[in-house]
Design a protein. Structure first.
Length: 196
């Protein structure tokens, strides 16, 4: 796992000092309203510790299950969010993630959570764009998936701007979630300025 920079952001692996920010995000109902709702502080702390352990495991060459980064604004050196690449199979993504095993596709699910103060500044496009570039270039993924709530119009807007493909045949008709993906072969954008 690397750190990398974009025009306005430093994206670096989570560190222990990020726990307070992480827990504030995951316990905030407004922030978590489209991702299953806020969780209790104890649960958020356990999730943070799991994320740190997963990063450590990946750094030493172990199995990648979940890779987590902090998003830091270069202008004021303040953490404004977190983002992940997940290789885990969950009930909502099982159909897509299991198909990759059959087809031999190396893929992950991308996610981002930003603090309210970061809204309206095009940070999601910049941060996720850089993580997509990193995933294709340094992790050698073939495909990156985005699952999000149908009512989360902001996410729908920025994944479309990043070139994610919507295919109605791949949507689960019983779900309130949407699914889109971007392939390495279609990715042309450059967001990363420097790998640290």
């Amino acid at each position: 796992m690397h750190s990398f920079t974009t025009e306005r952001l430093l994206i670096r692996p989570l560190i222990t000092e990020d726990e307070d920010f992480f827990c504030q995000q995951y316990t905030n109902e407004k922030v978590m309203r489209h991702t299953g709702g806020a969780i209790r502080k104890e649960e958020a702390s356990k999730a943070f510790q799991r994320a740190l352990r997963a990063n450590k495991q990946a750094k030493i060459g172990g199995k990648k299950s979940l890779l987590s980064w902090a998003i830091v604004c270069l202008n004021n050196e303040t953490i404004i969010g977190t983002q992940t690449l997940s290789f885990l199979i969950r009930p909502y993504n099982a159909k897509v993630m299991n198909q990759a095993k059959v087809d031999g596709i190396k893929q992950a699910e991308i996610g981002i959570i930003l603090s309210p103060k970061a809204n309206g500044k095009l940070f999601p496009e910049e941060a996720m764009g850089a993580l997509i570039e990193y995933g294709f270039t340094y992790i050698e993924l073939d495909k990156i998936n985005a699952f999000y709530s149908n009512i989360n119009l902001a996410t729908k807007r920025f994944v479309n701007k990043l070139g994610f493909v919507y295919n109605s045949a791949l949507q689960d008709s019983n779900s309130q979630d949407s699914y889109q993906y971007v392939d390495k072969s279609l990715w042309q954008k450059k967001f990363i300025y420097q790998i640290c």
